[in-house]
Design a protein around this ligand. Structure first.
Ligand code: HAS
Length: 560
């Protein structure tokens, strides 16, 4: 744990948590992000088991509040995968940058402007979804159409996140100017890389929303081109998953080692992994379009190959983190080939949540590599295999790590003890068991051809091969429901009721290790590589989609 430097003199009088070394205005800003994130999952998570019950042939239970399967599925996806993640990541990133650089954010006011934009966006999109006017799922590309408030709302969330990213860049640049010749701490390095990637990638969906979906939903244009809409969406859609993943990697690389009191195995290798993900995550999104007729085979093969390359930084991470955990286990007296694993604090919710999340992420990663295979994808695409994959990556590795972070961050933000360590630990284990069962059963049903994004619960005929596995997903959903209840007992208890001082300090380092390479901070070079690689990899795909010969974006399906 680093010593906290005193606040600037002019601001010292408004410090509420001197131990935290943060202005009360900054603390409120970060807290507001975490609050919205938690409110989003308080609805979004509950709709998960509801989906599982609906799909299970033994139950076929319909959610009384929502009239239609797709309405609940859209709310589940948007609230969990878009709203929760974006608010949590922005709040966590502010925390990381402020604490790690030991300086105030460039502008708290700008931070609030970003929050307000994002919040108005959530209200608008929420209105459309709750009133059943946006049953278009979290991937929302054409030709399905939602009320204009849905698109405007999501556009505002994205614009707000850009403003937040700008705030983070300026804070970093101010630190850079004051610290020439010093490498920035790894956590901030990762955060800057994440926002460069995020802003580059989300340009695709912003163009899609502003030039296609909003005009269509407002009746300004009457037709659209679903192929171009899908191309622009998936330009954004794959790097989106790394936007979720990098904060989890940030915690694994920079916070868990401090919590385990060992140095990370290799800081430099971690920087290389972040750079690789930042650059390679965008020009591979055609792996979501393998079955689309409007994309050439050449592009599909090129994107498939590069998708395998983007897994390299995750393999680097696996080796780097496993070596760090081994250090921790051996430092605690663990011996033998695997004996060190037993020493990894299996009763500490902060650790358990993250280490179990890593273990589930191995399954998620391997299934991702199977998806990336051009030939296997034909069999797996649009089956429940794909939700099996992303529930072990996003709802597994990423979400569990976020909960691990929440279990130290919420207590120090609230200035209270974690409500109940045993309940928090039980939450992590039940989530792991439930999500593992869910991932396996969805994956297995998918191998039998069970369709995703289909209201199979209401279908008259369900294949006898899918049925047992879909019933197992309902059991998994029940275990996850128990875990969600535990999560909210811990969160509400910590927010309002618990007593005593926080037990875990903020695991933030304020210095890079000596020898941390400065060349990794050549951001203009990395941005140039992002631009070049995308012109090469997406340019031809977009030109083909735009179909200059036959028309320009207006050729396509009449919408009414
Ligand atoms: Fe994916 C579809 C390929 C990673 C999320 N993915 C999706 C969708 C989502 C998603 C949401 O190629 C569905 C989108 C939709 O609705 O249609 N994905 C990949 C590949 C990777 C990958 C190659 N995905 C992710 C991550 C996600 C995510 C991360 C969320 C966070 N994905 C695909 C493809 C599709 C797809 C196709 C389209 C499918 C279709 O047809 O529709 C790779 O990045 C994965 C690399 C990861 C690894 C694992 C490394 C393991 C680590 C843990 C180490 C553990 C340790 C613990 C150290 C190779 C780092 C040790 C513990 C001890 C105790 C010792």
């Amino acid at each position: 744990m680093q010593a906290v430097s005193p606040a600037p003199k002019s601001e010292a009088n408004i410090l509420t948590f001197p131990r935290l070394g943060m202005l009360s205005s900054e603390r409120a800003l970060i807290g507001a992000h975490i609050l919205v994130a938690l409110l989003a999952i308080s609805i979004g998570l509950l709709l998960g088991p509801a989906q599982a019950y609906r799909r299970a042939p033994a139950l076929q239970w319909e959610i009384p509040v929502f009239s239609y399967y797709y309405q609940a599925l859209t709310l589940h996806g948007v609230l969990n995968a878009l709203v929760f993640t974006t608010f949590f990541i922005v709040g966590f990133s502010y925390f990381v940058v402020q604490r790690s650089l030991q300086r105030a954010l460039a502008s708290v006011t700008v931070g609030w402007i970003a929050w307000v934009l994002m919040f108005i966006g959530v209200v608008l999109a929420g209105f459309a979804m709750l009133t059943g006017q946006a049953n278009v799922l979290y991937t929302f590309y054409a030709p399905m159409l939602a009320h204009w408030t849905f698109y405007l709302g999501l556009a505002l969330v994205i614009v707000g996140s850009w403003v937040a990213g700008g705030n983070i860049f300026v804070t970093y640049m101010m630190w850079r100017r004051a610290n020439p010749g010093k490498a920035v701490p790894l956590a901030v390095f990762a955060t800057v890389a994440n926002f460069i990637m995020w802003i580059s990638a989300s340009l695709g969906v912003a163009i899609e929303v502003l030039t296609m979906l909003l005009p269509l939903s407002l009746g300004i244009v009457q037709t659209t081109d679903p192929q171009v809409s899908r191309i622009l969406f998936w330009f954004f859609g794959h790097p989106l998953v790394y936007f979720w993943l990098l904060p989890a990697y940030t915690s694994w690389y920079t916070m868990m080692p401090i919590q385990f009191k060992v140095p990370v195995f290799s800081d430099t290798l971690a920087r290389v992994a972040f750079i690789m993900i930042m650059i390679i995550s965008i020009p591979i999104g055609v792996h979501h379009l393998f079955v689309d007729p409007g994309v050439s085979e050449v592009a599909k093969v090129m994107h498939s190959l590069l998708t395998f390359v983007v897994s390299v930084p995750s393999f680097l991470t696996a080796f780097n983190i496993a070596a760090t955990l081994e250090r921790a286990g051996r430092a605690r007296g663990g011996t033998g080939l695997l004996g060190w694993m037993l020493k990894l604090e299996w009763g500490n919710p902060v650790m358990v949540s993250q280490v179990l999340g890593m273990m589930m992420f191995i399954i998620g990663g391997v299934t991702g590599l199977m998806n990336a295979s051009f030939t296997l994808n034909i069999a797996l695409h649009n089956t429940t295999w794909v939700p099996g994959h992303f529930h072990t990556t996003l709802a597994g590795g990423v979400f569990m790590t976020y909960m691990g972070i929440l279990y130290w961050m919420l207590p120090i933000m609230r200035g209270r003890k974690l409500f109940s360590r045993p309940l928090a630990t039980a939450q992590a284990y039940t989530w792991f068991i439930g999500m593992l069962l869910f991932g396996i059963s969805m994956g297995r049903a998918g191998l039998e051809g069970a369709a995703r994004r289909t209201d199979v619960g209401s279908a008259q005929v369900i294949s006898e091969y899918w049925a047992p596995w879909l019933n197992v997903t309902a059991i998994a959903g029940t275990i996850l429901l128990i875990s969600v209840v535990l999560l909210f007992i811990v969160v509400i208890g910590t927010w309002f009721f618990s007593k005593g001082d926080p037990e875990d300090p903020a695991p933030i380092t304020t210095v890079a290790p000596s020898g941390a390479p400065l060349w990794t901070e050549r951001w203009s070079l990395w941005i140039a590589l992002i631009v070049i690689s995308n012109v090469v990899m997406w340019g031809p795909v977009l030109l083909e989609g735009l179909n200059f010969v036959n028309g320009f974006w207006s050729v396509g399906y009449p919408m009414n």
